[in-house]
Design a protein around this ligand. Structure first.
Ligand code: SF4
Ligand code: SF4
Length: 109
């Protein structure tokens, strides 16, 4: 059978009532365009780092919004800060500043 590269995602259970949204709130405060993301995936489709790793800016945003701060910070390290995602984002999300803020959060967590 042809392998198209799609697989079923592993089971992932979240307790949203207990999610720690400190990182999401501080990023929204410092970079309000974070709220404008519609998870369209244009950034991920054009991501330079995504060509060499499994990095996805869109997925990292989801991790932040779900309170998975440690995973988001770890993911942010893969970004090369090339800025292509900023150019392709239809919502003008300041993606590079969000990456910068996520990396900065590593010092406080
Ligand atoms: S391109 Fe912009 S709106 Fe689309 S997922 Fe990326 S950051 Fe969000
Ligand atoms: S700045 Fe980072 S997230 Fe955006 S396209 Fe470049 S490597 Fe990907």
């Amino acid at each position: 059978m042809v392998n198209f590269g799609y697989t079923i995602l592993p089971v992932h259970i979240l307790e949203l009532d207990k999610a720690d949204l400190k990182l999401a709130n501080s990023i929204t405060f410092d970079e309000p365009s974070f709220k404008l993301c519609i998870a369209c995936g244009s950034c991920t489709a054009t991501c330079t780092a995504g060509t060499f790793t499994n990095f996805s800016f869109r997925q990292m945003c989801h991790q932040i919004k779900l309170g998975e701060s440690t995973q988001a910070i770890e993911e942010s390290e893969k970004c090369m800060l090339c800025g292509k995602c900023t150019l392709t984002c239809p919502r003008n999300v300041n993606t590079r500043n969000i990456i910068r803020l996520v990396r900065k959060a590593k010092q406080t967590l």
